[in-house]
Design a protein around this ligand. Structure first.
Ligand code: SF4
Length: 196
């Protein structure tokens, strides 16, 4: 099992590199550098070797989201950057995305829905990273039957794979049952009616 890198970073004079293509970050980041594209992120990561790289996902077109996943994959495969921990900041729980992050070997995922981001919040998030933020751990909390179907380039419908993909999920049920450990008690999870 990988060590909990988050704890070892706490209290250090952290140098972080943040990739936020949304542009909702305070321009002057204490202890950090903000870049707005995956290419810039890769360049700066190789050049400056930060303590941690933070990649921010938000409600973006699916292709842009995939480009950020590709960035994470490259960072973890590149011999110059693979040892640098990567944290994905996610605006919402999305099982498909978290599975992709796991395949990319991303270290941490944290949910962060606030629009703007500043140095204080960044340091607080990085300093409090722990085992609960491990990508594998985050994935375990989400129902494996969550299924996403693209409606257009930006929007997806969330469906229950345990109900033949016929039940659209949303609202309280999604957030309190499907996206938490409570899914283990869901009647559809316990007795799935999967497609034949
Ligand atoms: S309705 Fe139940 S089985 Fe379907 S995704 Fe939600 S928790 Fe899982």
């Amino acid at each position: 099992m990988k060590p909990v890198l988050g704890n070892s970073l706490a209290g250090k004079n952290i140098r972080y590199l943040l990739c936020d293509t949304w542009g909702k970050t305070e321009p002057e980041l204490e202890g950090g550098e903000w870049v707005q594209s995956p290419i810039q992120c890769l360049d700066r990561a190789v050049e400056t070797k930060p303590n941690i790289i933070v990649v921010r996902f938000w409600q973006m077109p699916i292709r842009e989201r995939e480009a950020l996943v590709d960035l994470c994959t490259t960072l973890k495969w590149n011999s110059y950057t693979r040892k640098i921990p990567v944290l994905a900041l996610l605006h919402a729980k999305h099982r498909g995305l978290i599975e992709d992050l796991q395949h990319a070997d991303v270290d941490f995922a944290r949910f962060f829905s606030e629009r703007s981001l500043n140095s204080g919040r960044m340091i607080e998030i990085i300093g409090s990273l722990g085992a609960k933020d491990r990508v594998e751990r985050q994935l375990k909390m989400l129902c494996p039957y969550l299924h996403y179907d693209a409606i257009d380039a930006k929007c997806e419908m969330i469906l229950c794979g345990a109900y033949k993909d016929r039940m659209v999920l949303g609202g309280k049920w999604l957030h309190k049952m499907c996206e938490t450990g409570e899914h283990l008690h869901c009647e559809y999870y316990l007795k799935p009616r999967v497609k034949s």
